[in-house]
Design a protein around this ligand. Structure first.
Ligand code: DGY
Length: 321
């Protein structure tokens, strides 16, 4: 008998057909809406494998219902939506999709950095509203990126890929990470700094660390107060790492210069979020890994992990301790 799997969103065809060869596939057949909780709670009880997105809270309450579940395969590198400890206690394997999205997410991080520094979105709106009357010396002037200091918080795969891009812009690259990375220091000339020194020295602070209880609200009032007045904060990791109320105040009061955000504490970000009222904020809808090629690769990798786990093998990117 084929194992049963549940997919929480419509995924690209190549990944789907691969799963259909070996499994009985049940799927929430929508691409643009997350699976309703009651549907997921019902389906989880009858399947051996789950392929899920970062939009699903795979917590204790759900796992209690997952009597037959053997493997959870997340289509994302971040897996803070999954209670891995609870899954491990129940003998369920959990896998994620690192590597395939590294360069794409680093591209978006750098795009957001450049756009925020040079006020690209604000300038485009200015032109379209017919406000461009003449060229003038200080019109829509921004911050230089070339030769500036960038501080990367979290030197994992994506952090390192951003550092490589920064080197191409002749930037001085500081990083803060749980462990020092001597090889990356040697290879790319990166400089380790404690968090406070990084915040004090950087013109651009990029958040690329995983979201864990330790990194929740890592950047709050005290940390923002250490940053330079001309500095730009970029967050393409998870919204909860930055305290949004503190960030709003810092931006509003000119304590820092601008922010580029691809992630929010609540997603989709409510339009009433005060950060969206600020012209020095560029806000994007969590599109870090959103290139066609990368999303197809992520779906295929997640499908493979599910198949590996269901065959009793160790998925290539297992995250259980
Ligand atoms: C991830 O993979 O964790 C990103 O946030 C979405 O691609």
């Amino acid at each position: 008998m084929k194992p049963k799997v549940y997919i929480t969103r419509q995924i690209p065809e190549p990944a789907l057909s691969k799963l259909r060869e070996d499994c009985e596939v049940l799927m929430w057949e929508r691409e643009d809406t997350p699976v309703p909780r009651d549907v997921l709670e019902r389906e989880i009880a009858r399947v051996n494998g789950l392929l899920c997105m970062l939009t699903e809270a795979v917590n204790q309450d759900l796992l209690i219902k997952a009597k037959k579940l053997r493997v959870i395969s997340q289509m994302a590198v971040g897996y803070d939506n999954i209670d891995v400890e609870a899954a491990t206690r129940r003998g369920i394997m959990v896998a994620n999709t690192p590597d395939v999205l590294t360069e794409t997410t680093a591209d978006l991080t750098f795009a957001l950095l450049l756009a925020t520094a040079r006020r690209v979105v604000e300038s485009a709106g200015f032109l379209r509203r017919g406000e461009w009357k003449t060229w003038s010396p200080m019109l829509l002037t921004g911050q230089d990126v070339f030769g500036a200091v960038i501080g990367i918080i979290g030197l994992g795969r994506i952090g390192e890929a951003v550092a490589r891009r920064a080197k191409g812009f002749n930037m001085k690259v500081l990083y803060h990470n749980r462990n020092r990375k001597p090889e990356a220091e040697r290879k790319y000339g990166l400089i380790y700094a404690d968090l406070d020194s990084l915040l004090k020295q950087s013109d651009f602070v990029c958040i690329l660390t995983p979201y864990t209880p330790e990194t929740r609200n890592l950047i709050s009032e005290r940390e923002l107060a250490l940053m330079k007045k001309n500095s730009v904060l970029i967050n393409t990791a998870r919204g909860g790492i930055v305290n949004e109320a503190a960030l709003y105040n810092a931006l509003k009061n000119g304590q820092i210069w601008a922010a580029g955000l691809d992630v929010f504490q609540q997603e989709p970000v409510p339009l009433e979020n005060p950060l969206l009222s600020l012209s020095n904020v560029i806000a994007l809808p969590h599109i870090g890994s959103a290139s066609i090629n990368t999303r197809v690769k992520m779906a295929k990798m997640a499908a493979n992990h599910l198949l590996q786990g269901l065959r009793g093998e160790r998925p290539a990117h297992l995250v259980n301790p």
